[in-house]
Design a binder for this molecule. Structure first.
Ligand SMILES: Cc1ncc(C[n+]2csc(CCOP(=O)(O)OP(=O)(O)O)c2C)c(N)n1
Ligand SMILES: [Mg+2]
Length: 892
């Protein structure tokens, strides 16, 4: 990174430079910084016009952004706050050390919080406002690895018991414990945002801040100055998601968003940029993205040295060092600092001549100085028009001394020996004697101590405690029967796809008096793909600035309408960002007390496969809503080929415990699933969310065949009985999604050509069937004395005769995983393998899931059971036009 500051350019006389600098100083003094900035801007323009090639740099010098003269007074009791912080440091360390004494290798992190303590404490004492009756509160994304510090504070606040702290990372112990990292699933009254998978929280926070604006612009909540604070590590910024959405934040002028990057220059293995400067790199990225960047690099002890340095030598020197050198320097002795840092220039040495080695050693970094941090936070909350990032320099493992301060191994440090513990105790003034301290007890001063009183008073002034998660929404009232009824009727022979059917439902939901305003449609640039463009006009696309242009298609019925109160979140091509919006909207019931219902519709292949970790975080966060995987199915999406055709997502949805995954075939199935989903999530308050695949193959939607709602929701129901149940040759065929039609065709072929009478089942969710099966097995295992329960699959098939054949547009593993609860052997057809650019018929032939292969599989099962002759099979292969030597789709 460049630090465009040099005091000796091209032989220019010092005195000449001095004159320029002095003139600037005098303008600054007489007319203020705005005028000075304008002059510099004019000079730059003038230079460009005159052919001076000024190199571009998004960097400012390696110095604090806020000069001393603009630094506000620190409003707190600094000494008291230091003592409180020291106690938190101690308890955070104690949690980790104790946990590892009890159970070797239980893990935990000391160094992250040790470096970030001041960054958090200034926030807790002066900035983070809690949610109250009158105010929505700030939201804070805590860096996952700093959790011991956040717990330790809650302990001092009296919110967590010593017993809980004792069981840090041992959550299953009697009385409960504390989860390693922020997990709302595990601690739903405490943590709001799961942050520990690096890179997710910066992106989620950006979309959270934008969603807050969306709620305001749409009149769903009143406008406030609440902030979204996000704490992240400097190493974490290497994750592409961390910086991937920062231009959205500036484009949307999200001045309700503040990033605090803890720049300790280290990650897990070593320095983040040993050979460079991570702070300068981040500054240029954020400034380039038009964020307000505040660097907090040097503590107050440096101020007088800067003041003495009239030639800018110090800033120049600071810009010269790479992070690897800094890492060493900040934990070295004063003599070393004098020799290796100031010693590069006799004039620099002179600047620190009056200072002792000890005072050189005590020169603090900005991120450890509450006054500097306070100044930065204050500037950030007061800043208007763009998001702010604070780049705060700290030392990883601050205060650990020999036990790991600034060392490359510090991230993993969780054990301190007796000397190291005593040293830490003394350094932070913890009132424990030599003997007691090696036991690393938790320490909380008495309730009436000044520390506890102060801490409580500060939190009271800020509205209460953070973090705290609470659910305050009222459940929805209506059952929405009327809304969904029309979709039970079928399409009267008209060919529609399940996507079209869903969009019809969405359109209707948007008009519903109760849920209409709560629906949040989210699309990553695929609305036209899914036939949703009619909603552009009717619901409008959300834009915080309305529409500043006349759209090119304004004369058409379905023009691209952007509006400040637009309802659709058209995110552009970012599934990750869309998921950020989904999470914000789907957790607004807790964050804002608003029951927004997100419908995130996207290309199914680019969901679970691409952004699975965000989905996992959504699940942890108890997000509610509907994800709709569009153009789904390996053979149903024709033409698009290997990267697009999705035969995976229903398998990838399996691990997410609270996700309900459905592969419906018909409009009424979708209607039943969505209606029940709204009931479960928004009326009953269940912490589940839905994944529903919808396809683009048009076919006539049948009416609902009787009351099959229960079966649809549980995962399967008999869609059609065999016409001749008395037949000698019997079969049960299972199909899902668009492949159900292939199964229905196979039923006909089997009946007319081979006298096989088959029932056809619609399997709406293999995942539901599987979950029910394993739960039933578990119950039976744990209750051997009671009447065994029967898995739903087994119940369905108890009186279903004949061979069993399943066909799915997804991997064969889906049907296979429920086969053990079936009464007999199951033959599974599925789409394992890479897709092809082809039409549906060719694809279904290639993957062997069309009606002919289903017919063949059924006949083969009958043959294996000795019910038909080999010759029938041989003839069928010929008659059905099946090439027995075709390539294997799984491996070709
Ligand atoms: C996605 C992801 N990859 C890897 C990790 C493992 N991990 C935990 S902490 C860490 C280093 C963190 O460095 P930094 O972001 O600089 O935070 P610091 O502790 O230095 O504040 C890593 C790699 C993780 N938590 N998430
Ligand atoms: Mg770091």
């Amino acid at each position: 990174m460049d630090n465009e500051i040099s005091t000796q350019p091209h032989g220019m006389e010092d005195v000449e430079i001095q004159e320029w600098l002095e003139s600037l100083d005098s303008v600054l003094e007489s007319s203020g910084p705005e005028v000075a900035a304008e002059i510099l801007e004019r000079l730059r323009a003038h230079a460009t016009v005159n052919g001076i090639d000024l190199p571009f740099s998004a960097n400012t010098p390696y110095a604090n952004t806020i000069p001393v003269r603009l630094q506000p007074l620190f409003p707190g009791d600094q000494e008291l706050e230091r003592r409180i912080k020291s106690l938190i440091r101690w308890n955070a360390l104690a949690m980790v050390v104790r946990a590892n004494r009890v159970e070797h290798n239980i893990g935990g992190h000391i160094s992250t919080y040790a470096s970030a303590a001041t960054l958090y404490e200034v926030g807790f004492n002066h900035f983070f406002r809690a949610r109250t009756e009158e105010f929505e509160g700030d939201t804070v994304y805590f860096q996952g690895h700093a959790s011991p510090g956040i717990y330790a504070r809650a302990f001092l606040e009296g919110r967590l018991s010593a017993q809980k702290l004792e069981n840090f990372r041992r959550e299953l112990k009697p009385g409960g414990g504390l989860s390693s990292y922020p997990h709302p699933w595990l601690m739903p009254d405490f943590w709001e945002f799961p942050t520990v998978s690096m890179g997710l929280s910066p992106l989620m926070a950006i979309y959270q801040a934008r969603f807050n604006r969306y709620l305001e612009d749409r009149g769903l909540k009143s406008a406030t100055d609440a902030k979204v604070w996000t704490f992240l590590g400097d190493g974490e910024t290497d994750e592409p998601e961390s910086l991937g959405a920062i231009t959205l934040a500036s484009r949307e002028k999200l001045d309700n968003l503040i990033f605090v990057v803890n720049c300790n220059l280290q990650r897990l293995d070593g320095p983040v940029r040993g050979n460079g400067q991570i702070i300068q790199e981040l500054e240029s990225a954020f400034r380039g993205a038009r964020w307000n960047v505040i660097k907090v690099l040097w503590g107050s002890e440096w101020d007088p040295i800067f003041e003495r340095d009239t030639e800018g030598l110090l800033v120049k020197r600071m810009g010269e060092l790479v992070d690897g050198e800094y890492q060493k320097l900040v934990v070295s002795s004063g003599a070393y600092v004098r020799e290796h840092f100031f010693g590069s220039d006799p004039r620099l040495l002179k600047l620190v001549e009056p200072m002792s080695d000890e005072s050189l050693r005590r020169l603090r970094l900005g991120g450890h100085d509450p006054r500097k941090v306070y100044a930065a936070y204050k500037a950030a909350v007061e800043h208007k028009g763009s998001p702010t990032v604070i780049l705060a320099r700290t030392i990883k493992g601050y205060g650990l001394g020999e036990a790991g301060e600034g060392k490359n191994v510090t991230h993993q440090q969780k054990k301190l020996n007796e000397d190291e513990l005593r040293e830490f105790r003394s350094r932070f003034g913890i009132p424990l004697n030599d003997e007691d301290c090696i036991e690393v007890p938790f320490y909380r001063p008495p309730e009436d101590s000044v520390e506890i009183q102060y801490l409580r008073a500060r939190r009271e002034a800020l509205g209460g405690y953070v973090p705290k998660r609470s659910v305050r929404t009222k459940p929805l009232a209506a059952d929405h029967d009327e809304l969904f009824k029309e979709f039970h009727e079928g399409s009267d022979g008209r060919e529609v796809s399940t996507t079209m059917a869903f969009v019809g439902m969405l359109r209707k939901m948007l008009k519903d008096p109760e849920i209409g305003k709560l629906v949040v449609p989210i699309v990553p640039d695929e609305a036209r793909t899914f036939g949703m463009e009619s909603l552009f006009r009717t619901a409008g696309i959300y834009s915080s600035v309305g529409q500043k242009y006349e759209p090119v298609d304004v004369n058409t019925l379905l023009y691209y309408k952007e509006a400040k109160d637009g309802q659709i979140l058209e995110e552009g091509i970012t599934e990750a960002g869309s998921m950020g919006s989904f999470i914000a909207a789907g957790s607004a019931y807790a964050t804002h007390g608003i029951n927004t219902i997100p419908f995130f519709i996207y290309y199914s292949m680019f969901g679970f496969q691409r952004i699975a970790d965000f989905i996992w975080a959504a699940a942890d966060m108890r997000t509610r809503g509907f994800m709709l995987g569009g153009t789904a199915g390996r053979t149903t999406l024709s033409g698009e080929g290997l990267q697009h055709q999705d035969g995976n997502s229903h398998v990838l949805a399996l691990p997410v415990p609270n996700n309900k995954a459905y592969d419906p075939a018909f409009a009424y199935e979708i209607a039943v699933i969505i209606q029940d989903g709204i009931r479960r999530m928004y009326k009953e308050g269940e912490n589940i969310f839905y994944y529903i695949t919808v396809m683009n193959e048009p076919y006539a939607m049948p009416p609902m065949p009787g009351d099959v709602k229960g079966g649809i929701l549980r995962g399967m129901y008999r869609f059609r009985h065999a016409t001749n149940p008395k037949s000698k040759l019997r079969a049960q065929l299972f199909g899902s999604g668009a492949i159900l039609n292939e199964v229905l065709r196979a039923q006909e072929i089997l009946e007319t050509k081979y006298s096989v009478a088959a029932d056809v089942w619609s399997v709406t969710s293999y995942k539901e069937l599987y979950s029910d099966g394993i739960e039933t097995e578990r119950w039976n295992r744990l209750h051997p004395g009671e009447k065994p329960r029967t898995p739903y699959v087994a119940k369905c098939l108890s009186d279903a005769p004949g061979v069993l054949v399943a066909a799915s547009d997804y991997l064969k593993t889906l049907p296979n995983m429920i086969s053990k609860w079936m009464p007999r052997r199951l033959a599974s057809l599925g789409t394992d393998g890479f897709g092809r650019s082809e039409g549906r018929a060719a694809l279904r032939d290639f993957f062997e899931v069309d009606s002919r292969f289903i017919t063949l599989a059924t006949l083969h099962e009958l043959f294996a059971d000795g019910k038909i002759e080999r010759s029938v099979l041989d003839k069928a292969i010929k008659d059905l036009g099946i090439n027995a030597d075709k390539p294997n789709p799984v491996t070709s």
